[in-house]
Each structure stands twice: as C-alpha cells, then as structure tokens.
Design a protein. Structure first.
Lengths: 256, 307
C-alpha cells in the first residue's frame, strides 16, 4: 500500500512537555468552568475575608482583623483547591472513566498527575492574587519573608493534594463529594482559619494544632502577621502530612 | 491482508474474586477487522481491556503489535486507539474541546475539524458532554479512538444503543479505517455488525473462543442450509430425493411449498432446477437461506445471543 489515505496510520506521542501543558490547561479550564468549584475556591474565601474583616463577629485578638484573617483565608484557599476541589474533581473523573481513558493515551500516569499539580498551582496563584488585592484594599499590612510564605504554601499544597487524591482514589465519587465538603467545613471552623485556636479548650488545641490546615494558617500568620522567621514547627507538621498523604495515595489510588 | 498478527492471546485467564471472566482464551487477530462476538458476560470486554493494558492477566500471555500491553505500555499506547464501552470524557468538556485535547497528545493527529464533520459532531456546539445524547457521546468516543492515527483500534461495543443511521455512519468509518490499513478489533453482540464488517470473527462464550473464522467459513462450517421453492402441489418428493445427494432431505411443507435441506451449493441448485425441468415444473419463488452467524452461535452454544 503506497497510497496515503486519510486514516493511514502515523502513530506517535506528542512531546511530553506539550502533553503535560495541554492536560494542565484542560484541567484548569474544567475547574474554572465548574460553578461548585468556584464557590469553594473563590466565593467562600473572598466572602469570609471581606465579611469578617469589616464586621466584628469573631474576636481576632489584638491588631487589625484583616491582618489576622488574611493568612487564614490564604490557607483556606490552598485547602479548597488542593484538597476539596481536587478530591471532588478527581473522584468524578475516576467514576466517569476519564482517568481510565487517559491511561491508554500517550500521556503517562505521572504526566497526568504532574498536570493536575500544575493546574492546582495555577488556580492557587489566581486565588492568591485575588485575595491579596482584596486584603490590601481592606488595609492589610503583611510582614515577614516571602520565601517562608512560599515554602508554607508549597508544602501545604503537597499535604492537601496527598489527602485529596487519597480520598478520590479510594472512595466512591459520591462519598468523596460528601466527605470532602464535610472536611472542608470542619477544618474551616476548627483549623484556625477564622476562629483563633486559643478559643478552643487547651486539650483540643493540642490536637487541632497538628492538623495540616492549622499548621498552614498558624505558620502563615506567624510570618505575615508577626514577622516571624521560618516557622519550622509548622513546616515540619506539613511535611509529615505531605509525605504520609502522598505515599498512601501512591499506594492505594485506584484508577477505575 | 494475511500478515503478522496484530493481537496474540494465549491461554489467557482472568478472574475477579471467585468469578472466572476469561478461562484459557486463545485468540489471534491479523490485519483487517476482527469482531469478537458473544453474549453479555462472555468475557469480551475483559479480553479487550487486557489487550489495552488495563488488566494484568492472571495467567497466559498477551501480545499487541508484538508488545506486552502492561510492561511495554509506554511504547504501545501511542500506537493504539481505544474506545471504551462508556464514558472517558470530562463531564464539563465540550465535544470538540475533548477531541482537540486528545489530538494534542499525539504527534501526527488527524484533522480535527474534518473528523468532527465526518462524524456529525459539529451539531454538538457548546453543549457539555453530560448533556450530549447517547449517540453523540458514542461518536465522540469513536473519534477519540481514531484521532491519533493509530495502527490498531479497539472498539468496545461501538454501536450499542445507536439508531440505524448513526450505526451506518460508524460502520462506514470502520470500513474506511480498514481500507486505509488500520486494524480494528471490535466487540459486539450484534450478528449483522460482525457479518457486515469483519474479515474474521471470534465467537466467545463463557470466557473461551469457541469458534473463529471468516463469516463465510463460520456460516458454512457444519451448518446445513435450506433451499425453498414453490410449484404445483403434490410433486413426487421421493423422486426429487433420489436425484439429490444422499445427505439431503426434501419435503412438501404446505401444499405447493417445498423445502430441501442439505449442503446448498451451486450444484445442488442445478440439480433441483433440472429435476423440475424434467418434470415440467416451473419453480417459483426459489430461495436459498444462508446460515447466519446467529444460527451458528445458537448451534455452538445452545443460547440466544441477545438473551
């Protein structure tokens, strides 16, 4: 057969960077198109920041409310995207055979996970830009080192991604949807996001302080509100969650 | 088209818990279109998904384009196209968006716009996947399987639930793929689909291949065919029987309606018509009923395909 028809085979994988970029772009588009996801990642953090900064509902301690709230809301934004959003989206992709279909495409599995991470990071950058602009408008005056902040955000993302993927890869999609939203709500209240941890009884404080959301919001607050150096304790807690979560997800994740 | 096998399955066994889905299955598929035919639960999907690298055999070997689908998956995946039985698309994505995305994962994809036109997906517009009709979802999955210009395409029940027109469109595409040198493995429980499209048919039942061959071979093999004709009532059937080969039978079913059962070939037809000529009979409504794959399946398994 010398003649070339429309469908004459000419197989080949696209270059890896192109595949991963295309996948990350599509994942980000899907996320930004989804109304419920936007509610979690954009609307709720923004509302909390604006509402609690301008209306005196929660006693946020000495200093401006916005200086207490912004680090907490940034932590919440990371959790909403890396954990809740990623868990729900991935759970349904698994349920509807998207992960299965992509697994037989030229894109390797690690490439798909890399693209998912990129998509989470892009979303987080957009969230951080939006929230910091609003915070500045509300009179926020951040302190501390941007490097420490960046390190906290990256480790927080890793910790929440591991837990989100663990949930998405082991539970049914509906169970993931319910559980991820419930965890979001519980950690929003009990993770030092808008309610200072010292409002809780001291026994509970010790336990709550070990949660990834508490470590992230506490670390961000130490740096951004109090100008502390590297918050090693909080970074350590996040690192442990990240390693444990990602290892468990890597071992237990089921693709279909 | 008889070349190197594109798929070679030997003694494949696959169990899910206590249930044995595939039970020592042997299958060789060569270039062209191979239909894997069988009732629901026969092991068709498990077999195909093992070839696609989704499942690891419990025992036996599987080679696709000469490669191990699990261990050499990275080399195999760009060369095959996969259409799952259902799903596989982001529920919030549009048809053209998803197809363009899959095209981007390949080095030399087909022209996406032409493929969209060809499969009538242009009418999907900005509708997201979850709101597409079942037929549109099926055609999108088919498009995704071929857009990367693969050597071998796996289609798992590509026309299940399609209306006749959409079914025809799918069949036409499969024929074009074949003409352009793409090999196709398709599973189906539609007899006519296998008869229309396949160079080779493997009939699967209870996790094993129970017969394989071209549709003609399968329909000929062992099965007896029927010749019917009408004439004036009361012809001497005994005399007709004497003219026929020994393994044939003949009978007048209703007055004036005759049936000959046996190996119906051109010679038999000539024998019947010359007997009629000798007896001054004008045979009207002469017809030959070829055995269909449906009959073959029934004979082999004692089961209806679509139960």
């Amino acid at each position: 057969m010398t003649a070339t028809g429309t469908y004459t085979p000419k197989p080949g994988a696209a270059p890896l960077p192109r595949m991963i970029a295309a996948q990350a772009l599509l994942e980000t588009k899907m996320l930004l198109r989804n109304g419920e996801q936007l509610l979690l990642t954009v609307v709720i953090p923004t509302l909390l920041l604006v509402l609690f900064s301008t209306v005196d509902i929660v006693d946020t301690g000495a200093g401006e409310a916005v200086d207490f709230l912004t680090p907490g809301v940034l932590a919440l934004a990371v959790m909403s995207t890396a954990f809740t959003g990623q868990a729900i989206a991935t759970g349904f992709e698994r349920r509807y055979g998207v992960l299965k279909r992509l697994a037989s495409s030229p894109l390797p599995r690690w490439g798909l996970m890399t693209a998912k991470t990129l998509s989470v990071l892009v979303t987080e950058v957009l969230q951080v830009i939006l929230l910091t602009v609003i915070a500045f408008a509300l009179g926020w005056s951040p302190q501390g080192s941007p490097v420490a902040v960046l390190l906290l955000l990256v480790l927080g993302t890793a910790a929440f991604s591991g837990l989100g993927l663990l949930m998405a890869g082991t539970l049914k999609a509906e169970a993931t949807l319910a559980a991820a939203n419930l965890v979001f709500l519980l950690l929003l209240v009990g993770g030092g996001v808008i309610v200072p941890l010292d409002k809780f009884p001291s026994g509970a404080q010790d336990v709550l302080g070990l949660l990834p959301i508490s470590a992230l919001s506490d670390g961000l607050r130490d740096v951004l509100q109090h100008g502390a150096g590297m918050p090693w304790g909080d970074l350590g807690i996040l690192a442990v969650w990240a390693v444990a979560g990602l290892a468990a997800a890597g071992k237990l994740f089921r693709w279909e | 088209m008889r070349s190197e096998p594109v798929v070679q399955v030997q003694a494949l066994v696959k169990r899910y818990g206590p249930k044995t889905a595939v039970d020592g299955l042997d299958l060789v598929a060569r270039a062209g279109v191979t239909a894997v035919l069988g009732p629901n639960g026969a092991g068709k999907t498990t077999t195909v998904e093992t070839c696609e690298g989704y499942r690891k055999p419990d025992s036996g070997t599987v080679r696709v384009l000469g490669l191990d689908p699990v261990r050499q998956s990275a080399a195999l995946r760009p060369r095959i196209g996969v259409m799952l039985q259902s799903g596989g698309v982001y529920s919030g994505s549009r048809a053209d968006e998803m197809l363009r995305h899959v095209a981007k994962l390949h080095a030399h994809p087909l022209d996406v716009d032409a493929l969209i036109e060809r499969l009538g997906l242009g009418s999907c517009g900005r509708t997201t996947y979850r709101r597409l009709s079942g037929g549109q979802q099926q055609r999108l999955a088919l498009a995704m399987a071929v857009v990367g210009r693969p050597e071998l395409v796996f289609l798992d029940e590509p026309t299940a639930g399609l209306d006749p027109q959409a079914r025809r469109a799918t069949w036409d595409l499969v024929r074009d793929l074949r003409a352009d040198g793409v090999s196709v493995i398709l599973t189906t429980h539609y007899m006519d689909e296998a008869e229309q499209l396949a160079d080779d048919v493997a009939i699967i039942d209870a996790g094993r291949v129970i017969a394989q061959g071209s549709p003609e071979e399968l329909c000929r093999g062992g099965a007896e065919n029927t010749l019917r004709f009408s004439g004036r009532p009361g012809l001497d059937v005994g005399s007709l029987l004497k003219a026929l080969p020994a393994d044939c039978s003949a009978a007048e079913l209703t007055p004036g309606s005759y049936r000959v059962v046996g190996k119906v070939d051109p010679q038999l037809l000539a024998t019947v018509t010359s007997w009629c000529a000798q007896h001054g009979v004008m045979p009207e409504k002469i017809s030959v009923e070829r055995h269909t794959l449906e009959d073959v399946f029934l004979e082999l398994t004692g089961k209806e395909l679509r139960s």
